[in-house]
Design a protein around this ligand. Structure first.
Ligand code: NAD
Ligand code: TDX
Length: 362
């Protein structure tokens, strides 16, 4: 691919987006990145503050649903590829307020597809243009105790979040089949690492354990997720962007299935070690089993054979050591933590956990 490419990244101030922008600027120093982000509660420009004065990085504060803004961006810049990460991404929030998910994840994706298609056509349909849509394994619904998701697994989403991502995936594929837009789709498993908003399981549990607050585990804690370290995901995204086949889908998994309760126990042990808590005062005593998430998928696990065999990707981080690094990052970045836990964050914690009655783990 060209030495100098201009990439439009959406949602670059969020968790995966900010890790991806940092990864890309490091791996492809000749590229320019335009980061379009609406700065919802989940978006934080401080995640990329170190690139503020870097001429390769342009931040645009705006909404992917804003067709006029998208038209301006595609007119003013020659965009060689779009990496679409902007989304409402939290399942629990989608249960409390699904319509924002429909707006951003479905309408926003279609607006972006429309703008990309128009510009691609005006530029004579360059073959190396790519629209990389970043999706989730949650579109496939729930696995039982055995088996894996592959690219061929039928869609069966359970939550308003996953239904909105499934709809977006269908539209992206439709723009490829109907209009020929060179799209690629990734469906990945749960990510973890630095800069994840502390409403998601891993950062929430690290911070609550460190602060001596309850650790709310939904249901019996036996739901399983296939954890993918965010750097491994970024590596997969760049590989798919550069070498993925247009129209193709790639399933990306960490190969690291863990029951939620085991994840929480690992975190307790790691936080106890860091804070020098003796056994009798272990964070484990803070674990509370609380009312389950409605429609809670039992298990996700990905068979990544396609991306491994066709593109040569494999995850490099093992779960326990990358989790340990993640625990250190949160404990060492209390300024970042304080800045994202605003009044609206506290409001969310009250909304989601206020009515869940808990029982202790022992
Ligand atoms: P996040 O919630 O941390 O970040 C989302 C970003 O999108 C934020 O910066 C937010 O401000 C921005 N955004 C939201 N609505 C917008 C709008 N209308 N216009 C422009 N920007 C908007 O999400 P994340 O965890 O980084 O996830 C990124 C993508 O990866 C999402 O599409 C998500 O569905 C997908 N994904 C995430 C995971 C995971 O484990 N986090 C797993 C699989 C797939
Ligand atoms: O307080 C909690 N207690 C708990 O037991 C929270 C927040 C979560 N959980 C459970 C629910 C899930 O089984 O932990 C598991 C992980 O939950 P989340 O971190 O909310 O992630 P999940 O619902 O699995 O979705 C995530 O991975 C797939 C991302 O948020 C999605 O954007 C992505 O598509």
């Amino acid at each position: 691919m060209d030495e100098k490419r201009t990439i439009l990244v959406t949602g670059g101030c969020g968790f995966i987006g900010s890790n991806f922008v940092r990864y890309l600027l490091g791996k492809r120093p000749g590229w320019r990145i335009i980061n379009l982000d609406a700065l919802t509660y989940a978006g934080n420009p401080a995640n990329l503050a170190d690139f503020k004065d870097d001429e390769r990085y342009i931040f645009v504060n705006g909404d992917i649903c804003d067709a006029a803004l998208l038209a301006d961006i595609f007119m003013e810049q020659t965009i060689d590829a779009v990496v679409h990460l902007a989304a409402e991404s939290h399942v629990d929030r989608s249960i409390h307020g699904p319509m924002t998910f429909v707006k951003t994840n479905v309408e926003g994706t279609c607006r972006l597809l429309e703008a990309a298609l128009k510009s691609w056509r005006q530029r004579g349909e360059p073959e190396d243009f790519r629209f990389l849509h970043v999706s989730t394994d949650e579109v496939f619904g729930s696995l039982g105790p055995r088996g894996f998701f592959t690219e061929a697994t039928p869609y069966d989403p359970s939550s308003p979040y996953s239904a909105s991502k499934a709809a977006a995936d269908h539209f992206v594929r439709a723009w490829n089949r109907t209009y020929g837009l060179p799209v690629v789709i990734t469906n990945c498993s749960n990510n973890y690492g630095p800069y994840q908003f502390p409403e998601k399981l891993i950062p929430l549990m690290i911070l609550n354990a460190a602060e001596g607050k309850e650790l709310p585990v939904y249901g019996d804690g036996n739901n399983v997720r296939d954890w993918l370290y965010v750097d491994d995901h970024c590596k997969a995204l760049l590989l798919v962007l550069e070498t993925g086949r247009p129209g193709r889908t790639y399933a990306v998994g960490g190969g690291s299935q863990q029951a939620n309760i085991d994840v929480v126990r690992h975190i307790c042990r790691m936080v106890d070690e860091r804070l020098g808590r003796p056994e009798g005062k272990s964070s484990q005593r803070l674990i509370k089993f609380v009312a389950d998430r409605p429609g809670h998928d039992l298990r996700y696990a990905i068979d990544s054979t396609r991306i491994r065999n066709e593109l040569g990707w494999r995850p490099e981080h093992d779960f326990v050591s990358a989790l340990s690094k993640t625990v250190d990052w949160y404990l060492e970045h209390s300024d970042w933590v304080d800045s994202v836990r605003s009044g609206s964050y506290r409001q969310w914690i009250a909304t989601n956990y206020g009515k869940r009655v808990g029982k202790n783990s022992n």
